[in-house]
Write a protein that binds this ligand. Structure first.
Ligand code: SDX
Length: 427
């Protein structure tokens, strides 16, 4: 329901319309603020600022609710498959059988990567971080599909979407294979999305490889849980870059770079490294809880806290349960799982975390499952990106469909005021 907000500035009253979303979120529309008052707003980190209106994902941080296009994350993680969820996010509805089989067939038949991409890939050192490699390779895809940035070319966005979804897994597995000195695998069109990824990751030419359905199902669930999360740092990056009419490959590449940061998707790698450090240190979780409370330590409990969730991250709740289930089924006994549970228990009974509403987020338990699936730590954030890819695509597509203006925030200047140039000899 629309309403009005009144702002009094320099003794004058201004009125601005308010808007309300379908889930009751409210905003003040300040589109005319600067023209009418000369003022802008400032909000470091955009903690109170909406960048757009979106129909894709809804979060309720207080209640710990996450919906993709109106469907609960609990339902989707339990009942859907990842490509079904990708279709839902990108096209707005769950696919019919016919829509799904076409979408899935198109993806299966685009999984091969141009062999010349191999020359770019081979230029990276063996220890290059996979997130840097993936950001580069996805950006390089624009070079192989120049119609993606040629305004005069017919719009082939749907083909570029299929190419991204199809080729990202192939490129991701190249990173893993090279780091092990193993030959890369070509995709197999006979396999489903998750099984094909696992085949490209783990099969070797010297023996038969059979995808464990438990592992494939676990991967499917993890990818669904990471698929979108409204205007997070990397998604906002994809939208901002895309708002300049940059092509979809370079926009997604920018999102991969943003996700790499340890405060964002890179946290899943940092969590495991933190848990391993606690294990090596004797498993004293309280020591690390206290270290995280000490501002001078520079240490944070990675995988804890969230800009929006001031309650349990619903994804963390699902992943924690899945970790027990999957490790049990696989017969994996990973001591860091118990350390993670102990750390969670200790933090959630400590006033520092309780008062700041710091709960485990999606990254806290995910690495424990990735590790049980045989995925190395430096590939964890690539797995996050693989899951988030349909969300980035959906948000980019929505931004373009809504013809949103180029993103260009204002600022308050705090530097030197006007002054004359002084020749170097006189400085
Ligand atoms: C993701 O936005 C999304 O949706 C992201 C994501 C997605 O799906 O896209 O959900 C994925 O990025 C999850 C977050 C992964 N990052 C981490 O786990 C890194 C550790 N967590 C944080 O650094 C932090 O909690 C953030 C970055 C997640 C959120 O930071 P905010 O909202 O800017 O909060 P803040 O840094 O201002 O912290 C508020 C207070 C501060 O203390 P005070 O200044 O009030 O005394 O809480 C403290 C912080 O010092 N704090 C922590 C902490 N997180 C916040 N203290 C110890 N350990 C932590 N993990």
């Amino acid at each position: 329901m629309a309403g009005t907000a009144e702002i009094i500035l320099d003794g004058k009253t201004y009125q601005y319309p308010t808007i309300e979303g379908t889930e009751g979120e409210k905003a003040i529309d300040i589109a005319k603020l600067r023209d009418e008052t000369g003022y802008i707003t400032i909000d470091s980190g955009y903690k109170n600022t909406g960048a757009t209106k979106s129909a894709i994902t809804f979060l309720d941080g207080e209640l710990g609710i996450l919906h993709y296009r109106g469907y609960s994350i609990e339902d989707l993680a339990e009942k859907a498959n990842f490509l079904e969820v990708a279709y839902l996010l990108i096209y707005g509805e769950l696919p019919t059988t016919e829509q799904y089989s076409k979408f899935e067939h198109d993806i299966r038949t685009h999984t091969i990567v141009n062999e010349d991409m191999r020359r770019i890939f081979n230029g990276f050192p063996v220890n290059a971080h996979p997130m840097g490699v993936m950001s580069s390779l996805v950006s390089a895809m624009s070079g192989f599909y120049p119609d993606s940035y040629d305004d005069k070319a017919p719009d082939r966005t749907e083909t570029h979407i299929i190419r991204l979804l199809a080729k990202f897994p192939t490129l991701a597995t190249w990173c893993y294979k090279k780091s092990h000195g193993h030959p890369i695998n070509y995709p197999k069109n006979s396999l489903d999305y998750c099984s094909n990824f696992l085949h490209m990751m783990f099969s070797l030419p010297v023996e038969d490889y059979h995808v464990d359905p438990i592992v494939s199902a676990a991967l499917n669930k993890l990818l669904i849980l990471h698929a979108d999360h409204e205007q997070n740092c990397s998604t906002s990056t994809v939208r901002l870059v895309g708002s300049s009419k940059a092509n979809i490959y370079s926009s997604i590449s920018a999102g991969i770079s943003a996700l790499w940061g340890p405060l964002h998707g890179g946290a899943n790698q940092e969590v495991i490294e933190m848990l391993e450090e606690i294990k090596a240190d004797g498993g004293d979780v309280m020591k690390f809880v206290n270290k995280a409370k000490d501002k001078n330590s520079g240490f944070r409990l990675m995988g804890f806290g969230h800009r929006v969730y001031k309650n349990f991250d619903p994804r963390a709740r699902i992943i924690k349960k899945a970790a027990d289930d999957i490790l049990g089924k696989l017969g994996v006994n990973d001591p860091v799982l118990e350390i993670a549970k102990g750390l969670e228990e200790a933090a959630l009974h400590d006033d520092y975390f309780v008062s700041r509403k710091l709960y485990p987020n999606v990254d806290f338990y995910s690495g424990i499952i990735y590790r049980a699936l045989g995925i190395p730590t430096n590939m964890f954030t690539v797995m996050f990106a693989l899951g988030r890819l349909p969300g980035w695509i959906a948000q980019w597509k929505e931004m373009r469909a809504n013809k949103e203006p180029i993103g260009r925030p204002r600022q308050i200047y705090t530097g030197a005021t006007d002054r004359p140039f002084v020749p170097m000899a006189e400085r």
